[in-house]
Design a protein around this ligand. Structure first.
Ligand code: NAD
Length: 511
């Protein structure tokens, strides 16, 4: 693709358009953001950062569209989603290349990113069933009660930088299938995949205006949060911004669902299958350069001997890791997403050293021939990290694995439980009782038992605890259907006799 040229810095950066009312639109704002190719460290595209006037236009168009879409019987909406899924599948390779070129994750991982989003599109193909309400017959004389699930109208999604297909699809698929119109404001650093998804949705039969893509930064986020016609906002990103978005949106009376940062722990028991555990930990800690909210950046071996054996094997496995450009099929992971992000990770490594942790493998200073400006970092491993260290308490979001040793299972469970984040936690053991105890006790929203990245399947739902999520309802699964609909409960009486019921001044009861 011509991107190869621009990626290497030899051509004019392309422009990423907005997508409004069924077609791409350049927008007239004067501000723009750079979209890098992290493997080269060069600007490959520019994205216009919208001003509130463009959001006004997007919301007005979106508001006009859903009555007809919502009135369509749900089976017909499901057919559009089914066709949408097929079109994405047909373009999986080119979408993955585009995604990988903007984020830096390797192409195989980019395909996984799309696939986990597609799973949710597939889930909402069952929307006729998912939207069914409840019915209670004869709750009083001639009286039945039933409930309806009705769309909210215009809703919005604010995804993060590092899952540019999966999280937009997690948000938009249930919202649209429920009969809403959706304003998608992608991360300004990885914006292009969202535009292509919107084009495919139109090709699949989605009416114009139902899926609007507006690019922008804080200006447009605030405009979305303040807009009275946007009824719900789904957000995924870092915790401070998640809390800000949650509070501002909720303050405007919107329904809010805001997922934040993470620091997931993997507990390794003395009886764990160590070969499998090390393979799992390496993939979960360094895959996608650690840029995943369900990565495992902390490992807690229980007992001195387990720690020593684990450390030795981790060092050996790290030595075999291959860092490469994002379209290198042999690379295990690629660059991180940007120069500032790379510098931030390096700062955390420096901090860990200053705090007294033992730097076992140092990933700083990694360069790749021909890609000297790429945002690469080698794998880093720390041992003897302690809970009082700031580098442990905060999210690093890079290819850095920290060993925090524990003497007992109780001590190990307390680590993720007392951490400010509570997205996921995993345990590696052969003992069912220990696994059961861990699952019952640990203070985290998603638990893995011999599973390093326990992102639930699309018909369960995704969400963390503590500062990893603000709001009540999780992403996808039946929670998402509740989030994107409002319940109306109807109490009806169809009298089967002519008796007139006396007027009453007391609250109705069914006694
Ligand atoms: P981010 O918080 O910087 O950005 C997320 C979104 O917020 C983007 O759309 C961005 O444009 C917008 N934004 C940024 N600054 C803003 C501001 N000051 N005011 C209003 N809006 C603003 O996060 P990111 O760097 O894109 O993504 C990485 C983070 O996402 C990590 O912390 C990661 O753990 C988290 N994450 C969490 C989950 C989860 O489900 N818990 C899933 C994926 C990622």
């Amino acid at each position: 693709m011509s991107n190869n040229q621009t990626a290497a810095g030899n051509g004019e950066p392309r422009s990423v358009p907005h997508f409004l009312n069924g077609h791409t639109e350049a927008g007239s704002g004067s501000r723009s953001g750079d979209v890098f190719n992290p493997s080269y460290g060069t600007v490959q595209a520019r994205v216009g950062l919208a001003e509130p006037a463009l959001l006004e236009q997007a919301v007005a168009q979106a508001k006009a569209a859903p009555p007809a879409w919502a009135a369509l019987n749900p089976q017909r909406r499901a057919r559009v989603m089914f066709r949408f899924k097929e079109l994405i599948e047909a373009e999986l390779n080119s979408l993955a290349e585009l995604l990988s070129s903007e984020h830096g994750k390797v192409v195989a991982d980019a395909k996984g990113d799309i696939q986990r989003g597609l799973d949710v599109v597939e889930f909402v193909c069952g929307i006729p069933h998912l939207l069914k309400g409840e019915h209670s017959e004869s709750v009083g004389t001639d009286i039945d009660v039933y409930s309806l699930r009705q769309p909210l109208g215009v809703v919005a999604g604010l995804p993060p930088v590092h899952l540019p297909a999966m999280i937009p699809l997690w948000m938009l698929a249930p919202a649209i299938a429920c009969g809403n119109a959706f304003i998608l404001k992608p991360s300004e650093r990885t914006p292009s995949v969202s535009v292509r998804l919107a084009e495919l949705a139109i090709e699949a039969g989605l009416p114009a205006g139902i899926l609007q893509v507006v690019h922008g930064d804080k200006v447009i986020v605030d405009a979305i949060l303040d807009h009275p016609d946007v009824k719900a906002v789904s957000f995924v990103g870092s915790s401070d911004i998640a809390l800000y978005v949650y509070q501002r949106g909720a303050g405007m009376g919107k329904r809010m669902q805001c997922m934040g940062g993470a620091k997931n722990h993997g507990i390794v028991m003395p009886d764990a299958d160590l070969d499998q555990t090390v393979a799992d930990l390496i993939g979960a800690a360094y895959g996608s350069a650690g840029d995943r909210c369900m990565a495992l950046p902390v490992v807690t071996p229980v007992g001195h001997e387990t720690a020593e054996r684990l450390r030795e094997r981790l060092v050996a496995a790290i030595a075999k890791l291959r860092v490469g450009v994002s379209n290198d099929p042999d690379a295990d992971y690629g660059p991180v997403v940007g120069a500032a992000h790379k510098a931030r990770i390096e700062d955390y490594i420096r901090m860990g050293v200053d705090e007294g942790a033992e730097l076992v493998v140092d990933g700083r200073g990694f360069t790749m021939q021909g890609h000297e400006n790429g945002f690469f970092l080698g794998p880093t491993l720390f041992d003897h990290v302690t809970p009082t260290m700031r580098s442990y308490q905060e999210e690093i979001f890079g290819p850095v694995l920290q060993i925090v040793r524990a003497d007992t299972l109780e001590e190990a469970i307390a680590l993720p439980s007392n951490h400010q984040y509570g997205n996921g936690a995993a345990i590696f053991t052969r003992n069912g009782n220990v696994a059961r105890e861990f699952a019952a006790q640990v203070q985290a929203g998603m638990v893995g038992i011999n599973v390093p990245i326990p992102v639930p399947v699309s018909y369960h739902s995704f969400g963390g605890w503590k500062r990893s999520a603000f709001g009540d309802l999780n992403q996808y699964g039946t929670d998402s259907i509740r989030f994107f609909t409002k319940t109306k409960t109807v109490t009806q009486r169809w009298a089967t006799h002519d008796d007139v019921i006396d007027q009453s001044f007391v609250i109705p009861t069914m006694r």
